[in-house]
Design a protein around this ligand. Sequence first.
Ligand code: ATP
Length: 221
Amino acid sequence: MKRQFAVIGLGRFGGSVCCALIEQGVEVLAIDQCEAKVNQYRDVVTHAVVADSTDEQALRHLGIRNFEHVIVAIGDNIQASILTTLILDELGVEHITVKAQNDYHEKVLVKIGAERIVHPERDMGARIAHHLMSKNVLDYLEVSDKYSIIEMFAGSKMHAKTLVELNVRASFGCNVMAIKRGAEMIVSPKADQLIQQDDLLIVLGADEDIKRFEQMFDDTK
Ligand code: ATP
């Protein structure tokens, strides 16, 4: 049997999650109280239904507790988002991911059982800012409030040097977890690994250390 996910709220974020999940080959139930939104996704997802997710009976009838993971993608209406999450938790849904509008919203969501909280706008803003600050940085991912991972082009300053010579760990406290070289992936590279200009480094570290690392090897400086 295919894995089953439900997405509540078909705004830009919820809609995009639906499409990405379908591409991954899972079944998706899409729920929105707005008929026009539901019609927009009817041909994309496995099932699309018009329902108000703050109505416990409606969610029960949809058998929501049988879904492996429910994503609450209601944005503006924080009250509806919180109430929906509460009902999902009470109905016994095991995995709940909720889109938070702000930090206060997140605090409440944590208390009422949301397993994972996402801030798409804030996260995307941070990713784009890192890319703007350094041309070498392709992507940025926050892994906790203190640590992050960047995907960074080695560039001219790292070319033909080993990880030891670059002092990645000793001077910057960062860890190169992997190196993408064309189609090849060098996982957990050794200290004597020689870096090439076009290599893509995947680096984990504390935010401050990552920032220093980015600045030191930025080709534009
Ligand atoms: P995005 O930025 O992802 O476009 P948004 O943050 O602006 O979305 P909204 O448009 O407020 O979020 O909400 C997303 C969707 O959630 C809307 O299509 C809306 O109809 C739906 N929605 C809001 N409340 C409920 C509810 N109680 N039950 C079902 N759907 C709901």
